[in-house]
Each structure stands twice: as structure tokens, then as C-alpha cells.
Write a protein that binds this ligand. Structure first.
Ligand code: FES
Length: 158
């Protein structure tokens, strides 16, 4: 059986090959970094108590029926009706001004739209009810408003 000749020579990398490897490695690093940045941008993380995240609003027993409480940081009114809690987004559905609490609902200072205490549109030019954030009540009765989960208000005909 013939023995194969084993070369003890080490293979030298040419300058051109070295530059090719360096370029490929730098591109791989760049792609990894930019991919990570893209993912971080696509899936932003919000902290509790920060708009876009969850707000802990205390225990439901602390609110009387008919209560309306403004969360400035969350930009919503927490409303207790006889059946449920609702979190109404403070932004007017017309052109985005912040609505203000009035005796019998919410008024928009920009163009005069008016909404009922439950967010129902009563006066145009806004096209629909106030939008709402998701509200969760824990087993202990604690209220959590998720400002990252919004439902559009119902469109009303003029
Ligand atoms: S922005 Fe509220 S009525 Fe126009």
C-alpha cells in the first residue's frame, strides 16, 4: 500500500485572501449589528408607567360608579360605569387635540367636538367615538390599563 506523501509545508494566505476574509468578517459584524438594531426598533420595549406600556391604576373598589380620573402620563381617562372600567384615550378623533373633561362629558378645544362621559361622539367634526385602551382587572381587583393596546372608537354618521 503506497504511502501518501504528507506535506509539512504550511499554506500561506495571500494578501488578497486575507483582505477577502477581513471584508467578509466585517460585513458579518455589520449585518449582525444592523439586524439587532432593526429588531430593537421593530419591537420596542415600554416600561410600566410609560406611555405605550401598562399603568397600574389601583384597586377598583377605590372608584365610585361614575368616577372619571385622568392619567396625564397615560393620556387617558379611567372611567367607571355601572358595569365596567374603561380607559378613554384623551386624543380627539378629529385632528388629535387633547380633549378636556367637562361636566357632562369631554370637550375638544380645537374645533368643538363633544363626547359623552363614556366616550360616545355627541358633536362633530370628530368622525368617531374616543378610542380606548385595554383594561384588565386582576383577581385582587387591581386595574391595569395597557396603553399599547388600543381599540378605535365607533364611527358615527354625520
Ligand atoms: S381636533 Fe378635536 S374637534 Fe378638531
Amino acid at each position: 500500500m503506497p504511502e501518501e506523501a504528507v506535506s509539512n509545508e504550511t499554506q500561506k494566505v495571500t494578501r488578497r485572501e486575507f483582505l477577502s476574509y477581513a471584508w467578509i468578517a466585517s460585513m458579518a459584524l455589520f449585518m449582525t449589528g444592523s439586524g439587532g438594531a432593526t429588531l430593537a426598533f421593530a419591537y420596542p420595549q415600554f416600561k410600566a408607567g410609560e406611555f405605550g406600556g401598562e399603568f397600574l391604576m389601583g384597586n377598583g373598589d377605590d372608584y365610585e360608579i361614575g368616577a372619571r380620573v385622568l392619567s396625564r402620563e397615560g393620556r387617558f381617562f379611567l372611567v367607571r360605569t355601572s358595569e365596567e372600567f374603561r380607559a378613554l384615550y384623551q386624543v380627539c378623533t378629529h385632528l388629535g387635540c387633547l380633549v378636556r373633561e367637562a361636566d357632562d362629558g369631554y370637550s375638544c378645544p380645537c374645533h368643538g367636538s363633544f363626547f359623552a362621559p363614556d366616550g360616545t361622539l355627541l358633536r362633530a367634526p370628530a368622525p368617531r367615538d374616543l378610542d380606548e385602551f385595554a383594561v384588565t382587572i386582576t383577581e385582587d381587583g387591581e386595574i391595569i390599563v395597557d396603553t399599547g393596546s388600543i381599540t378605535k372608537g365607533e364611527t358615527r354618521s354625520a
